[in-house]
Design a protein around this ligand. Structure first.
Ligand code: 5AD
Ligand code: SF4
Length: 427
């Protein structure tokens, strides 16, 4: 989301005559787009600001601004603490950046962290930063109202709101015409996307279908889905269109019903596993990935074992795993005790990471000898004689270069696997 937001910021500022630069040392303005999801993310921002302090010493005219969730969460307090900051703008304030920068230009420090009920930046055509010209993000909704008890997002990004469907379709079409071949529809909880009313109502499944129908050569992905909202209709749509990628990211967070309840996730492990079974039977070959938090308040050894059992049963192809990190303002911070000792969190995290390593490796070994359609993204980092790309399941494949170019599809047979990559050749 932050990456996509930075592209919106670049677009707003480009329209005002600014130019984006990838050379930090020659830039006149540095805007840091920040994440608050875990304490570690905020620690990294602080370290980065420390480095910027040395830049500002050398170049006192340098403007430094903080954007995104940490800006929203800490508001004026951070301005007080970090004297080098000239500007603070929350995730719904990016249209005001030109004005805020003008204010800085006239010698004042500028802060705007007002959250909006309807800002979706629908009419803004993002400037594609760091683009490979093949895949791009499209933001389809903003905010979240699920209030999972550990999560800062509802406070940092505000109310849930969906973006005008017509503008999403137009953006996808434009990208395709420019040569892009893969779009990822982004939102905190894409399944609750809703636009229009009555007969004209467009749900996420309908939107996904409309984007998929633009052209069979355009791959469509989406992130992230909340398990409670993953509907049979959506599974049906994914199964019906070959260009909707067969990869679903479905964060489970925990395998214990007691922990899920305390997390306010609104589903049980049985309901979650039922969805996994439905996906596996209706979308053969679909990759399923997840997010897991370990060491949440009151998590017992038995709860932890339940997570391990669920991981095995779901046989996740991939997972992002985190230690619970208490976030200010959240229900958990206000009402629960962060009572799992650091070393226990650490050990449980290690156990689930090790298990996932085995599951991912098993998932890759199943692909040995299989042939996949791969969208070529570019030259492999390791060798200029090789390309890399992804299959529909979002796995990275590396293979010798062929006459095809990035942005084209190629059939690749897998001959070898490592823990993270499939290695093959064109067939
Ligand atoms: N501590 C640890 N992990 C968290 N996540 C969200 N909030 C926290 C937190 N307070 C994780 C969840 C979510 C992912 C984006 O980050 O697993 O799905
Ligand atoms: Fe956070 Fe829960 Fe919303 Fe995801 S669904 S952003 S975890 S509150």
């Amino acid at each position: 989301m932050n990456f996509s937001d930075s592209e919106i910021v670049a677009s707003i500022l480009t329209d005002e005559g600014f130019e984006s630069s990838d050379d930090l040392l020659s830039a006149d303005i540095v805007l840091l787009n920040t994440c608050s999801i875990r304490e570690h993310a905020e620690d990294r921002v602080r370290k980065r600001l420390h480095y910027f302090r040395s830049l500002k010493k050398k170049n006192p005219g340098l403007t430094i601004g903080l954007l995104g969730c940490m800006a929203e969460r800490t508001k004026n307090a951070l301005m007080e603490e970090e004297q080098l900051l000239d500007l603070i703008a929350g995730p719904d304030s990016y249209r005001h950046l030109p004005g805020l920068l003008a204010q800085v230009g006239s010698g004042q420090r500028a802060v705007d962290t007002i959250l909006s009920a309807d800002e979706t930046y629908a009419d803004i055509n993002p400037v594609r930063l760091d683009s490979n010209g093949v895949s791009a993000f499209i933001s389809i909704m903003r905010g979240c109202e699920n209030f999972c008890s550990y999560c800062v997002v509802p406070y940092a990004r505000g109310q849930e709101r969906s973006r005008d469907a017509g503008s999403i379709i137009r953006e996808a079409k434009d990208l395709f015409l420019q040569g892009f071949r893969e779009v990822t529809l982004l939102g905190q909880n894409v399944n609750s996307y809703l636009w229009g009313k009555g007969q004209n109502e467009i749900s996420f499944s309908k939107l996904l279908e409309q984007v998929a129908k633009l052209d069979p050569l355009l791959r469509v992905r989406f992130a992230t889905s909340h398990p409670k909202d993953l509907s049979p209709e959506l599974i049906q749509v994914i199964a019906s269109y070959p260009n909707i990628c067969k990869a679903i990211h479905l964060p489970v967070q925990s395998g214990s019903n007691a922990v899920l309840d305390k997390m306010n996730r609104k589903y049980t492990r049985e309901e979650y596993l039922e969805k996994i079974r439905a996906i596996r039977s209706l979308i053969p070959g679909c990759a399923i990935s997840t997010d897991i938090i370990t060491g949440f308040c009151n998590e017992t050894e038995a709860d932890h074992q339940q997570t391990i059992e669920l991981m095995k049963e779901a046989a996740f192809d991939f997972a992002f795993m985190f230690k619970y990190s208490e976030r200010p303002q959240t229900i958990a911070a206000e009402q629960y005790n962060d009572n799992v000792p650091a070393e226990v969190k650490e050990r449980r995290l290690r156990e689930i990471i090790d298990l996932q390593h085995e599951l991912s490796s098993a998932s890759n070994h199943k692909d040995l000898g299989e042939t996949f359609e791969v969208l070529i993204e570019g030259e492999s980092k390791r060798s200029n004689k090789q390309y890399f790309g992804r299959n529909s399941q979002n796995k990275v494949l590396v293979f010798p270069k062929t006459v095809q170019k990035p942005g084209e599809y190629i059939k690749v047979k897998v001959n070898r696997v490592t823990s993270a990559t499939l290695i093959g050749e064109e067939v």
